[in-house]
Design a protein around this ligand. Sequence first.
Ligand SMILES: Cc1cc2nc3c(=O)[nH]c(=O)nc-3n(C[C@H](O)[C@H](O)[C@H](O)COP(=O)(O)OP(=O)(O)OC[C@H]3O[C@@H](n4cnc5c(N)ncnc54)[C@H](O)[C@@H]3O)c2cc1C
Length: 407
Amino acid sequence: MDFTYPETAEAIRAEIRAWLDVNLPEGWQGTGRLDTDELAAFNQDWRRKLYEGGWLGLEWPAEYGGRGLGEIEAIVVYEELARAGVPAGGPNDAFSIGMLGNTLLKLGTEEQKRHFIPRILSGEDVWCQGYSEPDAGSDLAGVKTRAVLDGDEWIINGQKIWTSAGHLANWIFVVARTDPDSPKHKGITFILCPMDQPGVEVRPIEMISGESEFNEVFFTDARAPRDHIIGTVNDGWRVSMALLGFERGKDAATASIGFRNELDRLFAYARELGCADDPEIRDRLVRAHEKVEIMRFMGYSALTRFARGQDPGPDAAITKVWWSDYHRDVTELAMDIMGIAGLVSEGRKPSSAFRSDDFNAPNSTASWQTVFLNARAGTIYAGTNQIQRNIIGEMMLGLPKEPAGAR
Ligand SMILES: Cc1cc2nc3c(=O)[nH]c(=O)nc-3n(C[C@H](O)[C@H](O)[C@H](O)COP(=O)(O)OP(=O)(O)OC[C@H]3O[C@@H](n4cnc5c(N)ncnc54)[C@H](O)[C@@H]3O)c2cc1C
């Protein structure tokens, strides 16, 4: 493991720090210091500033509007944004930039890149992920949503579920069955479908916390242009797997920053509530501290692989299991620290159901109770932890493959 950053990375660190100094409000301490309405307005404006400053699509070639940075330089920018307590993009950019944009650059046609990439960066096209269905989650190849060619258009019928931020999107990438007679991995096509049409209906799902950040999406004779597919017809499995490779990619290098900020708040809360000296609480706090430190070192290890030009590969599965198990446990600890008071929700709620509360959010029962309720989902989305453990067992430890009957 090498802890030194290349000079080019330190140069970009200085550049982004200077930019943040100019562009963040005076006395800025992180998104958690804004109330959630103010934060929604701030985030919208912040995304525009990132775009105008050229801080989106960091690794993308300049010819498509990206900044053309190397992997390490880009990670340094993500580190600095995370430390400043600001998002690295808008609420849908994990899908728009992180997943679809990267997949288009890898597998899209030249015409698709020239059309979609600038629109993704500007925020004109906002994407969501249409993979999961009521009967197809871990077993994604079981999708039943059908797409049939009608002249120059695909006609799509079926249902997607758990579509995060689908209510904020105007485009959805759909994994659809186009040849029901082929073996299930072979008859799938990856379709780019506009959502602003009568055939696409988005219905919010209420989460356990009472918020609605994901949705069901129904397709009833929805239409997408014939050439709006990535890869070829019935070749969508390969494309959908390539996209998942981007889903957990760089995150490992910076994940610990938000969790460290959150854990420091929990230390302060335990002191404030007078239970920091309780031996059991103390023991669990120390374990949480160790886990975040290990997460930080796992980040350095990921960074070193990027510096050597290697992909995270199956290692990403370890990071995913690590942070999501940790977060489920530490939020249970927070509930124990709050005791019976934690049953009442008072104070500022987190702005998002994903990961930790906003950077430097004030401690409150509403903050920790909501994060506790949402943390369990971290062990499910982006591939369940059971599936990640299968990957670790089979691809890293060389254990025998799971028997087909057990799936
Ligand atoms: C907060 C949240 C946001 C999400 N956002 C999106 C989104 O934007 N777009 C999208 O398409 N999907 C999204 N999902 C869906 C998510 O990808 C699926 O929930 C996940 O892949 C699991 O699928 P499933 O829910 O159908 O469970 P299933 O696949 O039915 O699994 C049920 C249980 O069985 C276990 N299991 C299944 N197969 C195996 C196996 N082979 N070995 C061992 N155990 C197994 C699973 O681990 C799980 O515990 C989201 C989910 C959540 C919770």
